[in-house]
Design a binder for this molecule. Sequence first.
Ligand code: BTN
Length: 320
Amino acid sequence: MTPLSFSMLRILSDGKFHSGEEIAKTLGVSRSSAWNAAKSIEEAGLALFRVKGRGYRLEKAFEWLDRGKIVRMLGRHPLDIEILDEIDSTNSELLKRNGPHGKVVAAELQTMGRGRMGKPWVGEPGGSLTFSLAWKFDRGAGFLSGLSLAVGIALARAMKDCGIEGIKLKWPNDVLYNFHKLAGTLIEVKGDMLGPTLAVIGIGINFSLSDKAKESIDQAVIGIESMPVDNPGRNRLLSAILARLCDVLEIFEKSGFSPFKEEWSCLNAYDSKPVRVKLPSGKVEEGTLFGLSDNGEILIDSKHGRLAFASGEVSLRGIS
Ligand code: BTN
């Protein structure tokens, strides 16, 4: 979206009608430029009504990410939070900037959001919460196996803090509600084998998804707005997640994944279920999900015995 479209979206975000004339005057542009800006808002996935004689109105009011609100709700914390209108990917941005430690970048819109296993992450302005946190660990990348599971614990705890009950986790890092994907984490690391290591922890959470967005995603997805819970709003959820992440990461950097293993196991959506694991090599293994090893590998009871995997994608057999 162009900067002009974001300015127009700021005017329209109250969910009320605004005439083309008023918008053009406020922004100091022609009415046809305002018309083009409206078109780019629609192309980004927002539903906009145009009514002759009344002007433009968003289908629903838009809650902007607000650094001041987030910082106030977070209280004392070691983070440096930045909110951007648009960026290719918040993960790519923090990798490019090399962190630094404790830096958070959240964006209203990612033009090239990235998911795990080379998949895109689809989100629309206001319809998702997309952000990344940079965290420096003194140890090498090998120590970080299990980090994405610990991040899942932080997400589940924060959602509970915000009144979102019924959350489950799918190994290694999906947050599920009713077996539908609500959120995902992409962790990318930079550093030497022996450390220190910069981990960029990227999180995407669905709030609302248009039919077009749902069609482009190859699995069952859900947004907070269609769940039977009170929507806490993106600012409150982001501050709750950042608070929980700081706690979890401090424990993780001292003791690794094992302090979280039991909690994770209780939240395991596919516990004792028949599953299929697609390995990064493309090979597929089938079996019954047994649980987790101490460092967060998934354990599957297969016809070849108990197998442990450190990476891959798990699906329920008979579903997808
Ligand atoms: C997945 O489930 O596949 C992981 C999704 C991770 C998406 C987030 S959105 C913020 C951050 N920036 C990205 O480009 N990806 C992550």
